[in-house]
Design a protein around this ligand. Structure first.
Ligand SMILES: Nc1ncnc2c1ncn2[C@@H]1O[C@H](COP(=O)(O)OP(=O)(O)OP(=O)(O)O)[C@@H](O)[C@H]1O
Length: 226
């Protein structure tokens, strides 16, 4: 098998709480191949967000290693981790996390500027991406003037803006009504498949999970096939 695009090796994460240490991940192992879409379905509080944040290099594990395209992230300085996060990983949150004072287009342009793309091509890419999510004519709206489904489509476009190889999503449609969630989810999967990305998507919805290639869950701090 070819090298995994994303690999978690013996990943540990504990939180310090008033009641003492809370071990959430206890040797989690996971490998994502290019083009593979994996659902992460596990009960509330078992560590899905924790795992996604570690995989997305937003946090550092207490033990073990996260490897992105074969490169161990643990020994890298923050700057190098940020560079990988910008260019290789797209992240979609449950709540869109768009910048409210910027338009939809600017929200998709900004991460590209941060990654060194010139403004012209960045704007072109943003427009094309927004159009592919049915948002032509809404480019200049701020998030507050968009519906929940539209906001989430912009957030997905933003995650894809720098042509990442990995897409991580934490309940990306969890905040939407059932009908809209299904539509936005299909658009997300279509984009991910079309671009051959590896994706790890947390969801509570078994119907949405069934549309992915395989499902994993968390048990006692470890990743197991569901
Ligand atoms: N910063 C933190 N400090 C202390 N405890 C935390 C912290 N973040 C998460 N936890 C705890 O770690 C456990 C796992 O949290 P996490 O958010 O990863 O779960 P989850 O599976 O994503 O849950 P949900 O489905 O409800 O979003 C929970 O018990 C949570 O309370």
């Amino acid at each position: 098998m070819s090298e995994a695009v994303l690999r978690l090796a013996a990943v540990e994460r504990r939180y310090r709480t008033e009641a003492g240490e809370l071990p959430v991940l206890r040797g989690a192992e996971l490998a994502l191949q290019a083009g593979e879409i994996v659902a992460l379905v596990a009960p509330s509080g078992t560590g899905k967000s924790t795992l996604l944040h570690l995989a997305g290099l937003l946090e550092r594990p207490d033990g073990g290693e996260v490897l992105v395209e074969g490169r161990a992230a643990g020994t890298l300085a923050d700057q190098a981790r940020t560079a990988i996060r910008r260019t290789t990983i797209g992240f979609v949150y449950q709540f869109h996390h768009l910048l409210p004072e910027f338009t939809a287009e600017e929200n998709v342009v900004l991460p590209q500027l941060a990654a060194g793309t010139a403004r012209g091509p960045a704007r072109e890419r943003a427009r094309a991406l927004l159009a592919s999510f049915g948002l032509r004519g809404r480019e200049h709206h701020r998030p507050g003037r968009l519906s929940g489904g539209e906001q989430q489509r912009v957030a997905i476009a933003r995650a894809l803006a720098n042509r990442p190889r990995i897409l991580l999503a934490d309940e990306p449609t969890g905040n939407l009504d059932v009908g809209t969630a299904g539509l936005v989810f299909d658009e997300l999967l279509q984009a991910v498949r079309g671009q051959g990305l590896a994706a790890l998507i947390a969801t509570h919805n078994p119907e949405l999970a069934a549309r992915m290639d395989r499902t994993v869950t968390l048990r006692d701090g470890r990743v197991v096939e569901a």
